[in-house]
Design a protein around this ligand. Structure first.
Ligand SMILES: [Zn+2]
Length: 420
């Protein structure tokens, strides 16, 4: 049945907010957008659902997360509650310790929780990274769209051979449910040069998306450029990789992955905290997408991404929560609020909103179906009811106010209503 949704404000994401705005939804898609008067004039038969003093807003995109780690805080409580996370490497060691004795069922339950929390926070699309590839079937009947990146890492050539076979077998399916399958070669410090090069070549040839953690910490930069450092002396021996510490490459991470064929727009980069001005220019030239995850960066104390320089240079930006191992919620609304404060306003509220909607959608190749409320796109939107009056000029300030997650009263995925 054709239905018109209206509220005090419509924030379409591709045009200024409209007071008394409305959407006509036909068969799960947006068929008209305008003021209520305009939309009803041409569709007098359609049912009208009026949310009165609320806002209609696109569903958000969490472009970098690891939903299978959603139960991490509870796991850590029982294993290593008093862990001291002094630096990036001590955090990785903590992560390994907590994950050591978990079974497939725990990861599956955790992924279920992650999907549920994402939906409840008004997220409609994810760039989710999955280390336990067998759990991917949980996406079969899932409302989320986006990319599911199968994580892979390793240094031992014999192990890599097996991983590569498993990966190519899993990727015979292009999608699970509404998520497209891709690869996450974890990071330059956790994967051999040959394997990383093979993955980038495979992704370009097969037109598969991938995602790489890049320039996240000074430890990674040191490891790639000079060989060793804390990752070589503390992480590698812990995981039996002491014989695989690479020689100094003399290259910073961006140059390193460029030499291995990794600078192509379908390789979604995450973090970018350590990028220097020349690297920022390079990413902009190559039309790369970068997901910023400020709450994770703050937790791991790795520094602050050069947000203003990235934005000014034209590097295309999205937002991600990363996992609950380094962040305290899976809400992109919360990430926007934190980012506004963390970057001292270097990214203004409308820019952050754009990163969380159209930016994330484009980063995942979904710009024709989600990210804004436009004719022809999916009717995937949320209804926010602020607890206090928000003037039309205050809408974007409200979006970074940290209240939005609690103000969600209804979400719609492809025209279907879901309680938050
Ligand atoms: Zn991550």
């Amino acid at each position: 049945m054709n239905c018109i949704y209206t509220a005090k404000y419509l924030v379409s994401g591709n045009a200024p907010p409209v007071e008394g705005g409305a959407l006509l939804v036909v068969a799960g898609r947006i068929a008209a957008v305008g003021t209520l008067k305009e939309v009803t004039r041409n569709n007098p038969e359609a049912e009208i659902v009026d949310f009165h003093d609320a806002l209609l807003v696109p569903l958000l995109v969490n472009a970098h997360t690891h939903l299978e780690l959603t139960d991490f805080p509870q796991w850590a409580e029982t294993v290593d509650a008093a862990a001291q996370l002094e630096n990036f490497v001590s955090w990785i060691l903590h992560l390994i310790k907590v994950k050591r004795n978990l079974g497939a069922e725990q990861y599956q339950l955790s992924l279920r929780h992650g999907i549920a929390k994402s939906l409840a926070a008004g997220t409609g699309a994810v760039g989710d990274i999955l280390a336990h590839h067998g759990s991917r079937q949980l996406y079969q009947d899932c409302l989320l769209v986006g990319s599911l990146f199968l994580e892979t890492l390793g240094q031992d050539p014999a192990v890599i051979c097996r991983l590569r076979d498993g990966l190519t077998l899993a990727l015979k399916d292009e999608a699970v449910g509404s998520v497209e399958l891709g690869i996450s070669p974890h990071s330059p410090y956790s994967i051999s040069k040959d394997y990383l090069q093979w993955i980038y070549r495979y992704c370009r040839q097969q037109k598969i998306r991938c995602t790489t953690h890049l320039a996240e910490s000074v430890d990674e930069v040191e490891f790639v450029e000079q060989g060793g450092g804390r990752l070589g002396s503390q992480l590698y021996p812990q995981i039996g990789w002491e014989n695989y510490i690479p020689q100094a490459s003399g290259l910073r991470p961006v140059e390193y992955i460029e030499q291995l064929g990794g600078l192509f727009p379908e390789n979604l980069l995450a973090h970018g905290v350590q990028l220097n001005p020349a690297e920022i220019e390079r990413l902009a030239d190559k039309k790369m997408w970068l997901v910023l995850c400020p709450r994770s960066n703050a937790t791991l104390n790795v520094g602050k991404a050069p947000a203003e320089k990235l934005h000014r240079a034209g590097v295309k930006l999205a937002l991600g929560t990363d996992s609950l191992a380094s962040c305290d919620s899976l809400s992109i609304w919360d990430e926007m609020a934190f980012a506004h404060h963390w970057f001292n306003g270097e990214l203004d509220a409308p820019t952050l909103f754009s990163m969380a909607t159209l930016g994330g959608a484009e980063a995942l190749g979904l710009e024709n179906s989600i990210g804004s409320l436009e004719i022809g796109k999916s009717a995937s939107f949320q209804v926010l009811r602020p607890k206090t009056t928000v003037a039309i000029t205050e809408i974007f300030d409200y979006f970074v106010s940290s209240y939005c997650t609690d103000d969600i009263v209804q979400v719609y995925h492809r025209g279907e209503s879901q309680a938050p």
